[in-house]
Ligand binder design. Structure first.
Ligand code: SF4
Ligand code: SF4
Length: 256
């Protein structure tokens, strides 16, 4: 019983701290269940690669401004230019700062914590890959499901987030993992797939598998910060509209 209370207390303490740093969402996965869900036994996706005996993955999200996501056109225009700067200098930097500060905070409690960089993609010889998938960690932490585009659709903000992960040997109460099958919350929608300007996306409905051409996508992203598959996702749009309606109903949109 005392052990369970400690795990709950650890989580509460970290959640509060993350909130104070400006995190918009956080989920907690047990390292054991993450490894089991994705059959990870070794390598840079394994939590032990960062901290021997790692117990918890803390997945942190910051929300992307709805007005930026709503206005994306998938072409080189001021909106894509804004998104590029916004992601680089707000979202990724902020996530890295939050993860670094929270890791130091965890270290202060006597545990180890490893903040993984938010922008984990690496391109080598035209091939795009990453050492660690924040998306997998987010699914294990129950933050959301993968859409047909492979982007995580979170319960709180739809696709309109960026994520990072801290790995720690601090034991914490974990969330219920989400189903890892992509497209589970998409129904018959295929807006992201049909909208992609370079046909980089396909979804195998029978095999429930996203087929993405990362080089096509990244080459186009180098030309303009496209992100159309994220901006057009109706789930994110619905959540944004609900937020606006709530504020309008409360009259809060007129507050200074
Ligand atoms: S897959 Fe890439 S190129 Fe296609 S819509 Fe998404 S961000 Fe744009
Ligand atoms: S646009 Fe449609 S198909 Fe694509 S992730 Fe969103 S809900 Fe799923």
């Amino acid at each position: 019983m005392a052990g369970i209370d400690r795990r709950i207390e650890n989580r509460r303490m970290i959640e509060e701290y993350l909130k104070s740093l400006g995190a918009d969402m956080a989920g907690f996965a047990s390292a054991q269940s993450y490894n089991h869900i994705f059959s990870i036994t070794e390598g840079s996706e394994h939590p032990d690669y960062y901290i021997k005996g790692a117990k918890t993955l803390i997945v942190i999200g910051v929300k992307i401004a709805d007005s930026i996501m709503d206005n994306l056109t998938g072409t080189k225009d001021p909106h894509s230019h804004n998104l590029k700067n916004y992601l680089l200098h707000y979202a990724y930097d902020k996530l890295d700062e939050i993860a670094a500060s929270a890791s130091k905070y965890i270290e202060g409690s006597g545990y180890d914590a490893y903040p993984i960089q938010a922008r984990s993609e690496i391109r080598e010889n035209g091939y795009l890959w990453s050492y660690f998938s924040h998306k997998k960690a987010a699914i294990a932490a129950g933050l959301g499901h993968a859409g047909k585009s492979s982007i995580i659709i979170t319960k709180k903000f739809g696709t309109r987030v960026r994520l990072t992960t801290i790995i720690t040997d601090m034991d914490m109460e974990a969330d219920e993992p989400a189903d890892k099958t992509p497209g589970k919350v998409c129904g018959n929608c295929r807006i992201c797939i049909d909208a992609c300007p370079v046909n980089a996306l396909e979804f195998d409905e029978a095999g429930k598998k996203t087929l993405i051409d990362p080089v096509k996508c990244q080459t186009y992203m180098d030309y303009c910060q496209c992100a159309l598959c994220q901006g057009l996702c109706p789930i994110g749009r619905r959540i944004a509209q609900k937020r606006r309606n709530l504020l309008i109903n409360r009259g809060e949109c007129f507050k200074i």
